[in-house]
Design a protein around this ligand. Structure first.
Ligand SMILES: [Zn+2]
Length: 440
């Protein structure tokens, strides 16, 4: 009911009093809403309380999606969503959704969200921060009896850590095979979705069309140490990097390590070694923030007294632009071919994985940046090297992401930590960005 949302409270400031007297559309009074701040203490207490659910002796949270701990966390978060004046529902993918009507019924919703499931032995902030900050934004508006022009949606995405099921479902990217995968031993994603009230067989119906969401915003810990090192409280995310992976092979000739003179060898491991350093050098020497990694190597036959005849390596390249990934790869491949020629081996490469880059919306980046400026918070533009729910939403809607520092860049660990001040700053930027988007 719309009318019941307008339970105005008397607030001390003159601006808030004016808002109270004018009713919901007073939200358009920009000057007054620019003074709105989240309750950082409430947000931080929520993070600590949620972080206790699934906590184990080692200190980490075992809250994999659809496990009893995740269900308990969903129940707690459902109460918070309702307290923030949001109407809750669970969709076919098991996403927990809180909705509030907008003053203008013709507008598509502004959507905020993240996830509350964790990796085994996870921390308190990866996911919960974006989820609870979204609820805190809704609660802050509800506390003042304010209603946005746009509908407001908070989505707690299901199973982020084990396949981003909930957010991928909205982009129509969940396959039947994805649903059969296990989250934990003996529990498939499909069975888990049913446990939380979803309908895995109807998951395809969730696909949202372009234009169905005005904007999607996710606040997240950086999961890197750039912000901390720079002493900057806010990261304006330029996009989520694309990823490509290849299987690389050098084929030489396996022979006796004692009787084959150095000049007659076709050593596949020596070629691989040169290749690894070439990958590092190329990615480092090109301008930009691309990263390239050889993370795995296997030499065959793998004996101390045999010259390696074959090596298999992994190659991964990430960047915000797929074209940049291709450019790095072109140089790497040229280096590989040259190394093969000089070492009497053969080089081959087979692509086996690709994840498209998800750029964030330029206008939303600018609004985030302005919100931080207005709050007196220093900021830095940066890519996200890790995947997030926002990535799938970018397939059909403009997205924005805000990062706050994570201590020592640690995540997916009980050591994950951001201070109350850092978390509050991020949530205030989120709130002010929502208000700016609503005014557009
Ligand atoms: Zn996350």
């Amino acid at each position: 009911m719309l009318a019941s949302n307008l339970h105005c409270r008397m607030l001390p400031s003159a601006a808030a009093l004016a808002l109270t007297l004018l009713g919901p559309h007073a939200l358009l009074a920009q000057e007054a809403t620019e003074q709105l701040r989240v309750d950082g203490g409430r947000l931080y207490r929520g993070l600590l309380e949620l972080g206790e659910i699934g906590r184990e002796a080692g200190g980490g949270a075992m809250r994999m999606s659809f496990t009893p701990a995740d269900m308990a966390a969903r129940a707690l978060v459902s109460r918070w969503l309702q307290a923030a004046d949001l109407q809750i529902s669970v969709d076919a993918a098991g996403n927990l959704i809180g909705r509030k009507l907008g003053a203008n019924a013709d507008l598509p919703p502004i959507v905020l969200g993240s996830h509350i499931d964790s990796v085994p032995q996870g921390g308190r902030f990866d996911g919960p921060l974006g989820s609870l900050a979204a609820i805190e934004v809704a609660q802050t508006l509800a506390d003042r009896g304010l209603q946005l022009e746009h509908p407001l949606e908070v989505i707690i995405f299901s199973n982020e850590e084990n396949g981003k099921t909930g957010s991928k479902a909205l982009a129509g990217e969940v396959s039947a095979a994805d649903l059969e995968r296990e989250v934990v031993a003996g529990l498939s994603i499909a069975a888990g979705i049913e446990l939380v009230g979803g309908e895995p067989e109807a998951i395809a119906s969730l696909k949202r069309e372009a234009g169905s969401i005005a904007a999607f915003l996710e606040l997240h810990i950086e999961q890197g140490a750039l912000l901390e090192a720079a002493g900057v409280p806010i990261g304006v995310v330029q996009g989520i990097v694309g990823i490509k992976r290849w299987r690389i092979e050098f084929t030489g000739f396996a022979n006796h390590a004692g009787t084959t003179p150095m000049s007659q060898r076709q050593d596949a491991l020596v070629a691989a070694a040169q290749f690894i350093t070439a990958v590092h050098r190329i990615a480092k020497s090109m301008p930009g923030r691309q990263v390239a990694t050889v993370g795995k190597i296997e030499a065959q036959p793998g004996a101390a007294n045999v010259i390696p005849g074959r090596t298999e390596l992994s190659l991964e390249i990430r960047d915000l632009e797929m074209a940049k990934i291709e450019a790095v790869y072109a140089s790497v491949k040229a280096a590989g071919l040259l190394i093969a020629e000089e070492s009497g081996t053969e080089f081959s490469a087979e692509e086996y994985y690709k994840s498209e880059a998800a750029p964030t919306d330029q206008e939303i980046q600018a609004l985030i940046s302005k919100a931080a400026d207005d709050l007196g918070l220093r900021q830095q533009a940066m890519p996200s090297g890790a995947g997030h729910d926002a990535q799938s939403i970018a397939q059909f809607a403009p997205i924005g992401m805000i990062f706050v520092p994570s201590r020592a860049g640690i995540s997916h660990s009980p050591e994950e930590y951001s201070s109350r001040e850092q978390v509050t700053a991020g949530a205030n930027v989120l709130l002010q960005t929502v208000l700016a988007l609503d005014r557009r």
